[in-house]
Design a protein around this ligand. Structure first.
Ligand code: SAH
Length: 254
């Protein structure tokens, strides 16, 4: 059986219990060596065969999976964060499906959540933004025309950008054409949850300079929005408001 597993953002205790159990029983592991913390491989048995997909192309990865399936072995394909975000997981899953090979998927803690935790922040503050835009600038992978950053920027929503740490000049310029301002709070979170994690607070107007000054070009998320303000002027949630009745609790006067 083939298991696609989210490794989490880096810290080895941020993999799920299910993901850890799958690693512990795996005969073969293919891990995304560019971003998965190799400490996680310590959960594997001594006899486990380990491949680093950073040195493999898609067909090579698939060949290892096909062979594992034929031998009836358990293979874990370990992806960074959650596999469903920029994970290139679907092309593998579809190839397996085409051959009738059984697989399952185990979610992981995305780096976007590890970054919010590192910043001790909430993306969705009532009165500030109830939407999180997860996107990237165009690199080698094209971004559809209707999703260009300048268009997404019209909403002024909380935003997190993957795979864009080396392109902060373009991010800054595009977002300033929308509803964000030069003084909109921003942050760069490098290697969230790793020992070498770094958090850089800035404003959108000096996002690019901040990345340059600290020589951050990869393995970082860019976060932008008023949810990052020192004291965001949000409203408290209705859910915990004593004057509102919910399905679990009656409203009270005080
Ligand atoms: N599936 C992953 C994302 C893979 S794309 C997830 O859910 O997190 C790779 C990009 O993710 C990197 O370029 C970087 O932008 C971001 N990334 C991955 N791990 C990170 C971490 N620990 N800290 C900050 N950014 C990270």
């Amino acid at each position: 059986m083939i298991h696609f597993v989210g490794a989490g953002p880096g810290a080895p205790d941020l993999i799920t219990l299910r993901g850890k159990a799958l690693l512990e029983q795996a005969d073969i592991v293919i891990y995304a060596g560019s971003l998965v913390n190799p400490v996680l491989l310590g959960f594997c048995r001594d006899t486990c065969r380990i491949y680093n997909s950073a040195h493999m192309h898609l067909q090579e990865t698939l060949q290892v999976m096909y062979a594992a399936d034929e031998e009836g072995l358990d293979l874990v394909r370990l992806h960074t964060g959650d596999p469903s975000l920029y994970g290139a997981v679907q092309e593998q899953a579809d190839a397996l499906r085409e051959r009738g090979i059984a697989f399952d998927m185990t979610p992981g803690v995305s780096s976007l959540f590890a970054a919010a935790a590192a910043l001790e922040r909430e993306y969705t503050l009532p009165g500030i933004s109830q939407t999180l835009i997860i996107t990237r600038v165009e690199g080698r992978t094209p971004v559809p025309e209707r999703e260009q950053l300048t268009d997404l920027a019209r909403h002024g929503a909380s935003m997190v950008l993957f795979l864009s740490a080396g392109l902060t000049d373009r991010v800054q310029e595009a977002l300033l054409q929308g509803a964000y301002r030069k003084d909109t709070p921003a942050a760069i979170v490098y290697k969230a949850s790793w020992p070498e994690e770094r958090i850089l607070h800035c404003r959108l107007g000096n996002l690019h300079q901040t990345a340059l000054d600290h020589q951050i070009r990869s393995t970082a998320l860019l976060l932008v929005g008023d949810f990052l303000a020192d004291r965001p002027a949000y409203e408290n949630s209705r859910l915990y408001d004593p004057h509102f009745t919910t399905s679990y609790r009656e409203a009270r006067d005080s």
